[in-house]
Design a protein around this ligand. Structure first.
Ligand code: NAD
Length: 365
């Protein structure tokens, strides 16, 4: 109940009682609006451990209230480190019981992509708002079911595209969307790093591995945000690997694609697990916006004829900023900045790129 409606209830009780004293019991029975939302992280791997949990120590509008893990030793470590009560610690078998826990307002799914749909749907059915890491899921159909589950339960869904909350990304988008350098003529971007692991989920197709789902969504986001448009087709695409012993059965270590946007604008994008690469050049009528890096945790920066784009901050401010934005949208009942529909758009393009690479043909979107 909002403070306003609490006041209205109190007001009408006062009027009804014509001066009678209201029992404190009656007032306490109306739940107060929370100052901070309680977040439960599902999956305590690298991103939760190194970025999200530290970021949740900096957030103003949400805090680390609970964890969901299949590894009892992790539960012990996290419990001590972050002072998490036993009643807020779940495993994958008793996760559904989170429905009865008022400390948890938001479930943040930080699992391998093949598990995103299952846990997003379970969290929504448990009555929790949901944040889900990128890539949203493995297929467009999974994304659609996740959106539907949150709608059906009247819960909000956000995807962890931290860059959309980031000031330097917002600045290049402002220049593009307001045509401050005229129209976009073409775009080129590349997102990659050298991943030497051999049997991680990123190298396992069934778990959502392959570069296209993982780093590919950054290259796709760059092309969509950098042109300010939605692609009409994948003109061509090619996947490859220099390490077939790691990226087996045609799983992509590297992918390149040309996307066609309205007005004949072409974006050449590249993504790789075999190369450290992180830049985007947006060629506009009156000059180039050159971002490098454009998708790092800190140090995102660029140059354009309008000046430097370089608002500094330190890791993990980006993640804290994203979660605070999303917590405020929930508390104020505003649309999420990066809703499920935004994750779905990228997965549709991932599928089209893989289809184009497989068939050697262009694929309409
Ligand atoms: P990770 O492998 O380090 O962690 C995955 C976690 O899932 C582990 O705790 C693991 O124990 C758990 N898990 C449960 N069941 C599993 C199973 N069947 N197989 C494998 N692991 C299982 O991965 P990560 O790097 O933390 O990535 C998790 C999610 O976060 C992915 O969706 C990834 O794309 C995303 N991520 C996002 C960013 C970002 O910048 N937004 C950065 C890194 C990772």
């Amino acid at each position: 109940m909002s403070n306003l409606s609490r006041r209205n209830v109190i007001k009408s009780l006062t009027l009804a009682g014509a001066g009678a004293i209201i029992s404190p019991k009656i007032l306490w029975s109306f739940p107060k609006k929370k100052d901070k939302l309680g977040v439960a992280l599902v999956g305590l791997g690298y991103y939760s451990t190194d970025l999200l949990a530290p970021a949740l120590q900096q957030t103003k509008h949400c805090y680390l209230a609970g964890i969901v893990t299949g590894t009892p030793s992790k539960a012990d470590t996290w419990k001590l480190k972050y002072n998490i009560p036993d009643k807020n610690i779940y495993n994958y078998q008793n996760f559904h019981e989170i429905a009865n826990n008022d400390d948890i307002d938001v479930v943040y799914v930080v699992l391998p992509p093949s598990m995103h749909e299952e846990y997003v749907v379970k969290a929504a059915n448990a009555g929790k708002h949901v944040w889900c890491e990128k890539p949203m899921a493995m297929t467009e159909a999974e994304c659609a079911r996740m959106i539907e589950a949150c709608k059906k339960n009247k819960r909000k869904l956000a995807i962890g595209y931290r860059l959309q909350h980031e000031p330097n990304t917002k600045e290049y988008r402002r220049i593009v969307n307001n045509k401050l350098l005229g129209k976009v003529l073409k775009l080129e971007d590349a997102a990659g790093y050298v991943d030497n692991r051999t049997n991680h989920w990123k190298q396992t197709r069934e778990l959502g591995g392959g570069v296209m789902l993982d780093m590919g969504v950054y290259a796709i986001q760059g092309a969509r945000l950098g042109t300010g448009m939605e692609p009409l087709s994948v003109v061509s695409a090619k996947t490859s690997t220099t390490r077939p012993h790691i990226y087996k059965d045609g799983l992509a270590e590297t992918a390149i694609a040309t996307l066609e946007f309205p007005g004949g604008v072409m974006a050449n994008i590249k993504t790789s697990f075999g190369e450290n690469v992180n830049f985007m050049n947006i060629t506009c009528e009156k000059g180039i916006i050159a971002m490098a890096p454009y998708s790092a945790y800190a140090g995102v920066k660029g140059k354009s004829p309008l000046g430097d784009i370089n608002t500094p901050y330190e890791t993990p401010w980006q993640q804290a900023n994203q979660m605070d934005d999303d917590a405020q949208s929930i508390m104020n009942n505003k649309p999420m900045l990066v809703p499920g529909e935004e994750g779905l758009r990228d997965i549709r393009i991932v599928e089209a790129i893989l289809k184009s690479a497989d068939t050697g043909r262009s694929v309409k979107l």
